[in-house]
Design a protein around this ligand. Structure first.
Ligand SMILES: Nc1ncnc2c1ncn2[C@@H]1O[C@H](COP(=O)(O)OP(=O)(O)OP(=O)(O)O)[C@@H](O)[C@H]1O
Length: 342
């Protein structure tokens, strides 16, 4: 059964055409910005304690841009995204959403219809069916034409007439995404929309979002713990830690900036001698009279030539690994990633 839709697969985030068009370093006319936030601060009070969830965040999101908001648990991602959505008021700072001042109810009312929001712990009404819920949502937009299309698009056709409480977590996430898409938005906020989706449904979700971008130049702001996904689909990511943005940029640029060395692995006969210390390498038995050597090098091309000259045909199964966003995340936040449902 097709899940979500059949648009093309997500392009790699390293696509230079997209990257160039969305370079956050470029100065953009204000009309190209879907979200502009400056100096956003938020402190919660919990009994006697004060929790400084956001400590001064500046963030811009351009037309057609996919922005990933990453960070460890409790970093402030949800608080940030809620401030950017205009559903939580910051204590300080300025947030403009589709040109409207988030602090001005009248201005926000005028732009609400152009936004779509899927909250993290979507408290969907449990007793309604997905079709009823989407039907209610459609009335907000004075149209129920999109209900069947949305049901189809998010691949819940066979579940559309079951109560929400009888749907799995992943199916409920799809309903939440369908609700967010109902108004054909130019700006989408998705708080961990894929945490309970299987890999196929996850890919399909991205196809739907790319289609929305193609049609409406939609911008998408997503929080996720899925680093591989963020690296693949986000034009730009911000890593939030303890209420601050600690890194921001295109995934490829960030990796280049933070990792100069590449990791290389290959097989050699056990009998082959190499100076592990000089090569900054380690080796382990790999069976069949072979050992697997792993090393890190700042000069991958030169190292390859040297290894080829020294070992010739003895060397096999060589691969050069690129650093990943996951490694960067761990390096910057010191927090190992949590396992999530596939
Ligand atoms: N309503 C609230 N009242 C008090 N403290 C809160 C409230 N909401 C969030 N916090 C605290 O603010 C901090 C940031 O929380 P937030 O939910 O924004 O983090 P997060 O990055 O989204 O976390 P996660 O990845 O676990 O969803 C945390 O310390 C959290 O405990």
């Amino acid at each position: 059964m097709p899940v979500f839709s059949k648009h093309r697969l997500p392009r790699d985030a390293g696509d230079s055409r997209r990257g160039a068009a969305l370079d956050p370093a470029q100065s953009r006319p204000l009309t190209d910005l879907r979200v502009a936030a400056t100096g956003v601060r938020k402190t919660y009070k919990s009994g006697d304690r004060e929790i400084r969830a956001l400590k001064g965040i500046d963030l811009h999101v351009a037309k057609g841009e996919f922005l990933g908001v990453l960070g460890p648990n409790g970093a402030g991602k949800t608080t940030l995204i809620e401030c950017l959505e205009g559903i939580r008021s910051p204590d300080d700072g300025d947030v403009r959403i589709l040109g409207a001042d988030a602090a001005d109810a009248r201005e926000m009312k005028a732009v609400r219809g152009r936004m779509g929001i899927a909250l993290q712990h979507s408290t969907l009404p449990p007793r309604l069916t997905a079709r009823e819920l989407l039907g209610l949502q459609a009335r907000l937009y004075a149209s129920d034409v999109r209900v069947d299309r949305m049901i189809d698009l998010v691949g819940i056709g066979d579940k559309a007439d079951q109560r929400i409480e009888h749907l799995s977590g992943g199916q409920q996430q799809r309903v939440a995404v369908a609700m967010a898409l109902m108004g054909d938005p130019e700006l989408l906020f998705l708080d961990e929309p894929t945490s309970q989706l299987d890999p196929h449904a996850r890919l399909a979700l991205w196809e739907v979002l790319y289609a929305q971008r193609d049609r409406r130049e939609a911008s998408v702001i997503i929080t996720t713990h899925q680093m591989e996904e963020a690296q693949r689909i986000c034009d730009r990511v911000v890593i939030v830690d303890q209420g601050r943005i600690i890194a921001e940029g295109r995934p490829k640029d960030l990796l280049r900036q933070h990792f100069t060395a590449r990791s290389m692995t290959f097989l050699l006969p056990m009998a082959a001698t190499l100076d592990l210390r000089a090569l900054n390498a380690r080796s382990a038995p790999a069976g069949n009279g072979l050992k697997r050597v792993t090393l890190r090098t700042e000069r991958p091309s030169a190292t390859l030539v040297e290894l080829g000259q020294t070992f010739g045909d003895q060397l096999s199964d060589l691969s050069v690994e690129d650093p990943t966003l996951e490694e960067l995340f761990v390096k910057l936040t010191g927090t190992p990633l949590e396992g999530e449902a596939a």
